[in-house]
Design a binder for this molecule. Structure first.
Ligand code: AMP
Ligand code: FE
Ligand code: FE
Ligand code: ZN
Length: 279
């Protein structure tokens, strides 16, 4: 069984449509794939329909934009009900914040000598309801200012970078509660990716497990080196958190995150299914 529980489609900042993503999962021999677009459930029906057609299991997911002490934290939700009013309202607020931030980022980019227009960014966004920095990066590429998304982040868009603007996010404790309130499982994505262990030190992860019922943490992820994975797995084991693994595939938007490059142990996935059935 090969199980990839974290992927993005063109419904947020990936480049494959949901159906294309599921076809690719089937082609490379995955048995289970979760679609986890940022702050939206909009791709799930299309992905699920393609999964039924091809006979591959599609898990309904979403990656919720949260934060702790002003630093970004991503919470993966599995099996959450899109109609849950509390969660839906907060997701709408986050998406509004994504759009609301755009003018500020564009003003900074213009000042930095790499102007792109709102129309150029919205052409990249297409009909995605979730405007992301990768879309701004793609506009910078098309304008000839940078070669690829990575350069756009490294020079301008990364957290704390010269064109970074904060947007509305949900406190991580509340994000976990909202996901649980919608009947879903909450797993923190790439908790220590990009050297950000200080945002969620091990004691905080353990407290989220004990006090908030956090279900799991993503351990096997491209942004974690082997030593980081080993230490995160020890944190998970210390409090009974499920340790997941996934690609965080973004199509051609993140070339070192190929679909299926990290996977989740079938035992862990079985436990996730047991918990979802009992909710
Ligand atoms: P946003 O959703 O607008 O906050 O943008 C965050 C997204 O941009 C993440 O989900 C990644 O896909 C990508 N991203 C964030 N930080 C970086 C980085 N330093 N380098 C490359 N991509 C990044
Ligand atoms: Fe992303
Ligand atoms: Fe993420
Ligand atoms: Zn992701």
């Amino acid at each position: 069984m090969r199980i990839d529980l974290h992927t993005h489609s063109s419904v947020s900042d990936g480049t494959d449509t949901p159906a294309e993503l599921v076809r690719r999962a089937r082609t490379i021999g995955l048995d289970v794939v979760a679609l986890t677009d940022h702050d939206t459930f909009d791709g799930l029906d299309e992905a699920a329909a393609e999964g039924e057609r091809l006979g591959i299991r599609v898990v309904r997911g979403m990656e919720l934009s949260c934060s702790r002490q002003g630093n970004s934290v991503h919470v993966l939700a599995y099996g959450a009900d899109p109609a849950s009013p509390g969660l839906a309202a907060e997701m709408a607020r986050v998406r509004d914040g994504r759009l609301g931030r755009l003018a500020g980022v564009l003003a900074k980019l213009a000042e930095l000598g790499v102007p792109v227009s709102e129309a150029e960014v919205m052409a990249q966004v297409g009909d995605s309801p979730s405007v992301g920095r990768p879309h701004i990066a793609d506009a910078l590429i098309d304008a000839g200012h940078v070669r690829d998304r990575q350069e756009a982040f490294d020079r301008f868009l990364a957290d704390g970078g010269p064109a970074h603007v904060h947007r509305y996010t949900i406190e991580v404790e509340r994000g976990i509660d909202l996901v649980h309130g919608a009947g879903g499982l909450a797993v923190i994505a790439h908790p220590w990716g990009r050297g950000r262990e200080y945002v969620l030190p091990s004691g905080v992860l353990q407290a989220l497990a004990r006090d908030r019922g956090l279900d799991g943490i993503e351990v096997d992820h491209q942004d974690h080196d082997l030593e980081t994975r080993r230490r995160l797995r020890a944190v998970a084991d210390s409090v009974g958190l499920l340790a997941t693994g996934a690609s965080d595939y973004h199509g051609i938007g993140k070339l070192d995150h190929e679909l299926g490059c990290n996977t989740t142990d079938p035992e862990v996935f079985n436990e996730m299914e047991r918990r979802l059935e009992s909710r």
